[in-house]
Design a protein around this ligand. Sequence first.
Ligand code: PAF
Length: 285
Amino acid sequence: MKTFYKTSELVKHIKELKAQGKTIGFTPTMGALHNGHFTLVKRTGEENDISVCSVFVNPTQFNAASDLDKYPRTLESDAAGLESIGCDILYAPTEEEIYPNGSDYEVEVDLNDLDKEMEGAHRPGHFEGVVQVVKRLIEVTSCDKLYMGQKDFQQFTIIRQMIKDLNIDTELVVCPIVRDEDGLAQSSRNVRLLPKHRKKASIIHRVLEQAQQWINEGRSPIEITYKAMEYLEIPGFKPEYFDIVDGKTLKKITSSEKVDLIVACTAVWAGDVRLIDNMVLKGTL
Ligand code: PAF
């Protein structure tokens, strides 16, 4: 595996690879890599000549400085993990390498209000930061395919819209959520869960499954949301939202009849760790 810290050196190397006709697959991450990331990177390697993975904790997508400070930084073990699964290129830039002219600008893109719901409503400015960094990373890596996880459902929906709106010549590939045995979605934040919260965190997946059963039984999304919020309110846990949305527009739905893709998305505080998860209740991504 080759590691690049300097953008100009990576750009030069990728140019050479492209001149040899190689295809580039790219997985953006903020590090603290777990199985979910490794699954994405492995798939990137299987479906492209060259797999590139970035590790960059992007400050512009954090709306709370304390969350940015607490975000785990484990570059050494991330690099070892990537090497062991056969990743070809690790890109680990500094902030100056990503934002050479400063990060104080917004990418002009029509997101069709996809950034207003759910995470967008609870984390002001978050998606502006994600769009900004992913656009920059796509430019730097010139990737043919971009790999993102379904766990961040709203994130990949927004990136898909950005790619479409800006006419970017990159295909977005969405990979299924990787879960622990008890159903908890794998996330870099899970390591911060207290043992007492970790033990009970599978409640989130169980409630999503319950929601799926209720949708299949024809129960109303409003009633399901209400019940799910109630179920998630266990000691130490605080659900922030449990929205049942049209998977294309991300708008909450009131009836499931005329909607092809229905997704339940939730954010739950387990102690002081904020977990998100989702499940497709009807249709396919
Ligand atoms: O999902 C993440 O880890 C981040 O939002 C991403 C896509 C790497 C952008 O910083």
